[in-house]
Design a protein around this ligand. Structure first.
Ligand code: PGA
Length: 258
């Protein structure tokens, strides 16, 4: 039995409070998205507006990152308690843009996961290889290193509650999606490595998302693969209508394979 689809929107550095209001107004007019778990990750400045709009509807909120300390002299940073207070239940950790432009490493990923869990935020942990790594045939090694580094020292119970997002760097924002077969190969390897850490049964429950140029046109074929449980969507999530289509295509695929 495949898991209910989990579809998260990563708005990145887009969307003012006014645009957020308009997005939720458009979302409210869509039907047929109820049979999926839907999460929206706005920029911090739009969280208050998003929390007002998401109240009472089946959309949960997530942060796009968090600091590993709960408070202190870290100018420009946001902490787990702040995200929880702003209405978040989830938080993205280790997105490849954070790794590439802001110096995040597997070690800081591990510290941020621990901080998220302290604040009862469910981490969405991002992993993925670059094009150069894929071309050298190193994809599965890179994924394994990211998993081992990011999860070092974490309790089995913590690992079992994480959500993972496999996002090949070459597919993010490029319009070039991994084929369902390429994505499934990595998703299966991720689940296999998790099985070694937390056991096969527990690894079966872990939600593993795909991210990288997901659109309404490719969501269904991807979600039909056995180890793909949902999506982390960037560009196509900025319009409520296209994000809604992705959610509906995911529900359709889920029903087809169950
Ligand atoms: P994209 O971004 O859908 O625009 O490729 C995905 C992501 O970075 O999470």
């Amino acid at each position: 039995m495949k898991k209910r689809p989990f579809v998260a929107a990563n708005w990145k550095m887009n969307m003012t409070a006014g645009e957020t209001r308009a997005w939720f107004e458009a979302w409210a007019s869509l039907a047929g998205t109820e049979e999926a778990d839907v999460v929206v990750c706005p920029p911090y400045t739009a969280l208050a507006e998003a929390a007002r709009r998401a109240a009472g509807i089946a959309v949960h909120l997530g942060g796009q990152s968090l600091h590993w300390e709960d408070a202190g002299a870290y100018t420009g940073e946001i902490s787990g308690p702040m995200l929880a207070d702003a209405g978040c239940r989830y938080v993205i950790i280790g997105h490849s843009e954070r790794r590439r432009y802001f110096g995040e490493t597997d070690e800081t990923v591990q510290k941020r996961i621990a901080a998220a869990v302290r604040s009862s935020l469910r981490p969405i942990v991002c992993i993925g290889e670059t094009l150069a790594e894929r071309d050298k045939g190193r994809t599965l090694d890179v994924i394994r290193l990211q998993l081992d580094g990011g999860l070092a020292g974490l309790e089995e119970e913590t690992i079992g509650g994480l959500i993972f997002a496999y996002e090949p760097v070459w597919a993010i924002g490029t319009g070039r999606t991994a084929t369902p077969e390429q994505a499934q190969e990595v998703h299966r390897a991720v689940r296999g490595r998790l099985a070694e850490k937390i056991g096969k049964a527990a690894s079966g429950y872990v939600i593993i998302l795909y991210g990288g140029s997901v659109k309404p046109a490719n969501a269904r074929e991807l979600l039909r693969k056995p180890d793909i449980d949902g999506f982390l969507v960037g560009g196509a999530s900025l319009e409520a209508a296209s994000f809604g289509e992705i959610v509906k295509e995911s529900i359709r695929a889920y029903k087809e394979v169950n």
